[in-house]
Write a protein that binds this ligand. Structure first.
Ligand code: EPU
Length: 340
């Protein structure tokens, strides 16, 4: 079933809770609806939305927004004992995570409480605590607007990388309709990130549900709940810098050793550094700018503190942060949040 609404208000369709409109909103409940939708769609002025949890609307949107309400889910186990789930793009990602933990299967628990829907989560290759959705994806089914047909892409064809994928690279070409996840029987817990192990030190027996509850407690301590305060989670990506840039930061901070800077070596000359740390060192933590604020417990998150923020106010804070970080460290942050 296709539902079309003109001049649709997006207040409840973006987690920043910006009060803006789009010219047309089209939701659909089955894959076959996309044949009809694609016939009439202006290919140059549309995009697909999930929960709107990684989006910053820069103003009213003049085109069409498509929203999948494909909500079916199938779970199965094959002869090897591997579990598979096929989930509709419109389902909430965290519902899938919860069900897999309930089934006692390892794999998704570290992604607990990430806002967003199944379709969008593969576009962005969401990740947290050392797990990315690409680690679980077996296949992605989508409608290819270029060839007007459905295609099923294997994991390796999706070109997943840090917060990126084929679907993002070729924006506007694919509409994700279903995702098939694989939970291999022999999969184990992944507790390598940060101090996750410490949090679970006293546990008698480790279960996916226990790790989920622990992750939720860690997130609740640091991140604002989107149900309570508008935000889009991490606003910036963690930048990849060179060894020389890392040594430069050491000099700027007057540190004796680069070990005093939190960082993670990807390879010899590619180092990931937390944007949160750079922003923190520029003194932004908890700073308020009118209706907008930099979250006091995690400065990577910009929040709509009063619920009355405008897109311009958020962009203003974004630019202030980028400028300060580049002035102080010579590193240009790029947003993780998609600007529409
Ligand atoms: N830090 C500070 N000051 C702070 C907070 C953090 O200096 O106030 C430094 C610390 O050194 C800390 C480091 O930043 O060790 C990294 O912080 P954290 O481990 O909390 O995670 P992150 O790198 O800031 C990423 C993801 C999050 C995800 C967490 C946990 C990105 C852009 N963000 O954040 O994803 O939840 O790791 O895995 O990769 C999201 O995408 O919306 C999101 C929340």
């Amino acid at each position: 079933m296709i539902t079309t609404l003109e001049n649709y208000n997006l207040l409840h369709s973006n987690t920043f809770r910006l009060n803006i409109n789009c010219a047309r909103w089209i939701s659909y409940t089955s894959e076959s609806d996309l044949y009809d939708i694609s016939e009439k769609l202006d290919r140059h002025n549309f995009f697909s939305i999930g929960e709107g949890s990684n989006i910053l609307f820069t103003g009213d949107y003049s085109g069409t927004i498509l929203h999948s309400e494909i909500l079916d889910m199938e779970m199965s186990i094959d002869a090897n004992g591997d579990m598979f789930i096929i989930a509709g793009a419109g389902l909430k990602m965290d519902d899938i995570v919860y069900h897999t933990c309930l089934a006692g299967r390892w794999g998704m628990e570290n992604l607990s409480h990430i806002p967003g829907e199944v379709g969008a989560s593969v576009v962005q290759n969401v990740g947290a605590y050392g797990t990315e959705i690409k680690d679980l994806v077996d296949e992605v089914r989508c409608f290819d607007l270029q060839d007007n047909k459905f295609v099923t892409l294997k994991n390796k064809d999706c070109r997943f990388s840090y917060r990126n994928s084929l679907f993002k690279e070729q924006k506007g070409r694919y509409i994700v309709t279903k995702v098939k996840y694989k939970f291999a029987k022999e999969r184990e817990a992944n507790l390598e990130y940060g101090n996750l192990k410490d949090h679970l030190r006293d546990a008698d027996s480790l279960t996916p549900m226990l790790v989920r509850d622990t992750i939720i407690a860690i997130r609740d301590e640091k991140l604002p709940r989107v149900e309570e305060i508008g935000s889009a989670g991490s606003f910036f990506k963690n930048p990849i810098i060179s060894k020389k840039e890392l040594e430069n930061i050491q000099k700027i901070m007057g540190f004796e050793n680069v070990r005093q800077i939190p960082h993670y070596e990807i390879n010899h000359n590619e180092i990931k550094i937390p944007a949160a740390w750079l922003i923190d060192k520029c003194g932004f933590k908890g700073k308020r700018f009118g209706n907008v604020s930099v979250w006091e417990k995690q400065p990577l998150v910009i929040v709509n503190l009063t619920g009355k923020a405008t897109p311009e106010e958020i962009i203003d804070v974004e630019n202030k942060i980028i400028k300060e970080v580049v002035d102080k460290f010579g590193i240009t942050l790029s947003p993780e949040v998609e600007h529409i």
